[in-house]
Design a protein around this ligand. Structure first.
Ligand SMILES: [Zn+2]
Ligand SMILES: [Zn+2]
Length: 344
């Protein structure tokens, strides 16, 4: 099969021929229809997040079940599916209670093993991890959900419990942040978006942000948000993942507000000095949000089917597999052009 692979960190990924993946006993092989190009893939490629080399990236995928392992009960060849970027083992107590996003034995396609920049990809624990796609949803749209959009949905809707008229602050307007802006606005929230890039803020406005804060020229972002919102946001999300943004997010809340940490905090200097004095005196709530398990998808998918959410609007360009390596390498530069999705 054709796949895009890199031999060393930072070396341009190349289109190669690889043997077909083996089908796991409890899993499936998916014929990939589309796969997103994500900054997490870029981090792995740069060596920030170690992966087994040589490596095939790709974790935001949608496609058709091609082969099924003997231990799988609920899926058959021809089923149209996507998967969360965190796949559970399917056997532990977390997976059995539907919380595969925190499975201690989790696998992540494109990180713990070969991913979906390929014609076929193997997925473990199919009965736990596969999500059935509505017939009306094309693979490019479905691939754009896998990581950033689903992460934002769970952060804003499930942890944030955002309601109509609530203020939602979104810190960082990359893929997760722009998705959070769109989802918050669709759920009736008033959204204030924060970034250092005027282009990203412009994009946030076009997706429904009522107000924006340019962090490059605002000395105290949290104070600016408290002013804009008449006392602070009901819900605030660090959609980027940095100690500075996490602290600003907590400080931008009103009393009894909810901070959701959706951006990953990686590396030794990544523990935020959160103001726990405010957390106790103002009864703030702090949530960590790690993707979204398969069982969370139906609520999101039905809001896409009825047109409430439009993830397709976040897709900037659609490319072929032969251009995926160059697109991954191009993530060195920030871009407000929207998500890039590979169609196979
Ligand atoms: Zn598990
Ligand atoms: Zn991703």
């Amino acid at each position: 099969m054709k796949a895009v692979m890199y031999q060393q960190y930072g070396a341009l990924p190349a289109l190669v021929d690889l043997p077909e993946p083996e089908c796991p006993e409890d899993g499936v092989v998916i014929s990939v229809g589309a796969t997103g190009v994500c900054r997490s893939d870029w981090h792995a490629w740069k060596g920030h997040d170690p992966v087994p080399l040589p490596h095939v990236p790709g974790h935001e995928l949608a496609g058709v079940v091609a082969r099924v392992g003997p231990g799988v009960r609920h899926w058959k060849p021809g089923d149209r599916v996507t998967v969360p970027f965190v796949c559970g083992c399917g056997r532990c107590t977390w997976c059995q209670s539907g919380e595969a996003q925190v499975c201690p034995a989790q696998t992540q396609p494109g990180f713990t093993g070969h991913g979906s920049f390929a014609e076929h990809v193997a997925i473990h624990g199919a009965d736990t991890n596969l999500v059935r796609l509505p017939e009306s949803m094309d693979f490019v749209t479905a691939a754009s959900l896998g990581c950033r959009f689903a992460t934002a949905f769970r952060a804003v809707a499930n942890h944030g419990r955002i309601g109509p008229g609530d203020w939602l602050a979104v810190h960082g307007c990359g893929g997760v942040g722009l998705s959070a802006v769109m989802i918050g606005a669709a759920l009736g929230a008033r959204v204030v978006a924060v970034d250092v890039s005027p282009a990203a803020l412009e994009r946030a406005r076009s997706l429904g942000a009522e107000a924006v804060v340019d962090a490059s020229s605002t000395p105290d972002v949290a104070a600016a948000i408290r002013d804009l919102t008449g006392g602070g946001a009901h819900v605030s999300v660090d959609a980027f993942g940095s100690p500075e943004l996490a602290v600003a997010s907590v400080r931008s809340l009103r009393r009894r507000g909810r901070h959701v940490q959706a951006g990953l905090l990686l590396g030794p200097s990544s523990t935020p000095p959160l103001p726990m004095d405010l957390v106790v005196s103002q009864e703030l709530e702090i949530y960590g949000s790690h993707g979204m398990p398969a069982r969370g998808y139906p609520a999101m998918l039905s809001m896409i089917e009825d047109g409430t959410l439009r993830p397709g609007d976040l897709v900037g360009q659609v490319i072929g597999l032969e251009d995926a390596g160059a697109a991954l390498a191009a993530m060195d530069q920030p871009s407000a052009a929207g998500m890039t999705v590979v169609r196979l």
